[in-house]
Every structure is written in C-alpha cells, then in structure tokens.
Design a protein around this ligand. Structure first.
Ligand SMILES: C[C@H](O)[C@H](O)[C@H]1CNC2=NC(N)=NC(=O)C2=N1
Length: 120
C-alpha cells in the first residue's frame, strides 16, 4: 500500500480507537500521545553515529518514495527514535501506518548494536 497526499481535504486524524485497532500491524511501534497529538514511535540503538546517519539515509529513501516524512531523532550519539504522524492533520492517518511498516521492513541489522534495547 502507498501513502496518499496529506493535504487532501477529507483527510482527518483517525480516532484513538481506530489507531489501537491498527497497532498489531506495526507491532514493534508504540502509540504515544503528546500535546494531544497521537504518534507512532520506535527506538533503536545503532553501532555508531555514522551508522545512525546511514540508518536515516535508508529511512529517507522510503520517506521520499512515499512522500510521507517521519521525525528523525539521533540523540546521545547512538540512540535513534523515529516518530511518525501526519503533520497536516495533527494526528495519525493510514499513511503513518504504511510508513512505519515500510521502515520496519528495511534490513538495517548491520547498523544496530547487538545488545540494543530493541530487537529488530
Ligand atoms: C503533499 C504532501 O503529501 C504533504 O506535503 C506531506 C509531505 N510529507 C508529510 N509527512 C508527514 N509525516 N506529514 C504530513 O502531513 C506530510 N505532508
């Protein structure tokens, strides 16, 4: 499935209930609510800062192909957190789940720390 443009008139954030229903499809991701905005969030620990940038590059390619863009955080040199939400509607849309799923499908094992707080 592909993302649809976020500026379509009829695009509205999904309800928390609807989002919860979709969560099993992005099982490694969590749903968080921040300032009233629901987001998908996932963290990884990478082997080095440079590997973190490689990780971001791979994610950027998916984001560009979809025309849907995550918030990328690289903090404390090797901790990556990605948040996905639809800025245009201030919440979650199906696009966010599509993007999360595509990011989960990337083969990025070689960039990750073994004893990571995350099992990919
Ligand atoms: C037209 C195009 O789909 C929009 O400008 C997109 C670009 N990427 C986007 N990404 C995200 N995450 N949210 C948006 O609202 C958004 N808008």
């Amino acid at each position: 499935m592909k993302c649809v443009p976020c500026n379509m008139k009829d695009l509205r954030p999904m309800t928390e209930e609807a989002a919860k229903h979709l969560m099993p499809q992005v099982s490694e991701w969590s749903m968080v609510k921040e300032d009233g905005i629901m987001k998908l969030r996932r963290s990884w620990t990478v082997k080095s800062f440079t590997k973190g940038l490689e990780f971001f590059q791979a994610v950027a390619e998916v984001a560009e192909a979809e025309g849907h863009h995550p918030d990328l955080h690289l903090v404390g040199w090797n901790n990556i957190t990605i948040e996905i939400w639809t800025h245009a509607v201030g919440g979650l849309t199906e696009n966010d789940f599509i993007l999360a799923n595509k990011i989960s499908g990337l083969r990025l094992h070689h960039l990750l720390r073994r004893k990571a707080g995350d099992t990919v």
